[in-house]
Ligand binder design. Structure first.
Ligand code: FAD
Length: 398
């Protein structure tokens, strides 16, 4: 069957882009990933290389100076990049979600102002829904924007912002109308401009510092504190308050395809490492790959990698066809992230004691895989979305 994670029916352009990204991963990411990760060092050179490849503008339409590619192309690039180092895919993910939100929901003025500079990577995006007391339960957001004579004032605390330090444009979901009974009326997305770095990054906005994490290192994950941040109504995504929840849920659907793609990339790499090690390591007079227990483990790993890839591609293609893909994205995200953890653990076991050594790449993948279970909604949350949908579609007729 050849290599895993190959995709049928790609255009010549898609194949060319993927080939360029694959080469970049082999030459510029894989040789340095583990060292940078262990040092928790920001991958500055890699990010510059991605800018040159046009990755920051991959899905931004050509009229705004991007490459105008599909979600599928984007997801396949993310899969390749995560195979090299998952943190690098995190650098582009929140950027991509903000660009997507602008493309889909921004006013023409907002698109012209931000998208061309986002395409080059000069402006870098982060998005923020989570708070210290909530992640899954987005409707419980407490950070609020109150009206002033000339705009709004935002107060509250946000948590877990991927690229919170390095970004310069943050899409922030807040409460705007406490009186309205529905999340489809009382939440608004603001486009908050800031300087990169830590400390006071804009009037009334503080980014305290990097959160020290188990994995997903190199990339900055932060809190963001708003204390009377004054902001113009022009910075409301789409120009009208009350539409934030709907906009963010749309963004999360593409974000879930992205996390599924990342999980596929990690799983594919874990498989490659496992299948190579199993042919080198000998026990009881033969390579361990020749023990049936290991061979079966490799077979299960390969099947899981292929299945997750197929689900991810299906979810991306559905969104590209202009339809909602909440269920497909939820299924792909849940399955790919769960399989990713299983495949990584299987590869870790194949490595025996060496898997526990920081000298072996699988140790890094083991810590990175765990985040796939959390980002863009846990498996429990995906199950809620999938479960509600199947009950609706299979409702018994009275
Ligand atoms: C490294 C990192 C980066 C992140 N980046 C971002 C970012 O850029 N922007 C952003 O907005 N957020 C970000 N997040 C936040 C992330 O989206 C949340 O952590 C995630 O959605 C889970 O929310 P929580 O941590 O509050 O867990 P909780 O919502 O408190 O859930 C705790 C547990 O309860 C389960 N649970 C919750 N509700 C239910 C239910 N109804 N039924 C069954 N089980 C349930 C969950 O599955 C979980 O197992 C990031 C998180 C991390 C760790």
């Amino acid at each position: 069957m050849g290599r895993l994670c190959e995709t049928e029916g790609l255009t010549e352009d898609q194949s060319e882009i993927l080939k360029a990204v694959r080469t970049f991963v082999e030459e510029k990411i894989l040789p340095v990933a583990t060292e940078l990760e262990h040092a928790d060092e920001y991958p500055t050179e890699i990010v510059e290389g991605l800018k040159e490849l046009g990755i920051f503008g991959l899905m931004i339409p050509e009229e705004y100076d991007g490459l105008g590619e599909s979600l599928l192309t984007y997801a396949l690039c993310v899969e390749e990049i995560a195979r090299g180092w998952m943190s690098v895919s995190g650098v582009i993910n929140t950027h991509f979600i903000v660009a997507y939100l602008l493309m889909k929901h921004g006013t023409e003025e907002q698109k012209r102002k931000y998208l061309p500079k986002m395409a080059t990577g000069e402006i870098r995006g982060a998005f923020s829904m989570s708070e210290p007391a909530l992640g899954s339960d987005v409707a419980a957001i407490k950070t609020k924007a109150t009206r002033t004579d000339d705009g709004y004032e935002i107060t509250g605390q946000k948590m877990w912002l991927t690229n919170g330090g390095s970004s310069t444009l943050v899409a922030v979901l807040v409460k705007t109308d406490e009186g309205a009974d529905s999340v489809y009326k009382n939440m608004t997305t603001f486009l908050v401009e800031k300087t990169p770095g830590f400390g006071e990054v804009a009037q009334g906005v503080t980014v305290p510092g990097k959160i020290d994490k188990m994995g997903y290192k190199g990339i900055d994950t932060t809190e963001m504190v708003f204390e009377g941040h004054r902001i113009s109504a022009e910075q409301i995504l789409g120009g009208e308050p009350g539409k934030g929840f709907y906009q963010m849920m749309d963004g999360v659907e593409v974000g879930r395809v992205n996390v599924a793609a990342r999980a596929c990339g990690i799983a594919n790499r874990a498989f490659e490492l496992g299948v190579a090690y199993a042919q080198q390591r000998e026990t009881f007079g033969k390579p361990i790959a020749e023990h049936q227990a290991i061979l079966f483990r490799l077979a299960e790993m390969a099947t899981k990698v292929e299945t997750a890839h197929a689900m991810m591609v299906r979810a991306a293609r559905k969104k590209d066809s202009g339809q909602r893909n909440d269920v497909e994205a939820g299924m792909a995200k849940m399955l790919a992230s769960e399989y990713c953890n299983e495949v990584v653990e299987a590869s870790f076991r194949i490595h025996g004691g060496y898997g526990y050594s920081k000298e072996y790449e699988i140790e890094r993948l083991y810590r990175e895989a765990a985040f796939m279970l959390i980002g863009e909604g846990t498996s429990d949350i995906q199950k809620m979305i999938i479960g509600r949908s199947v009950l609706k579609d299979y409702k018994l007729k009275a």
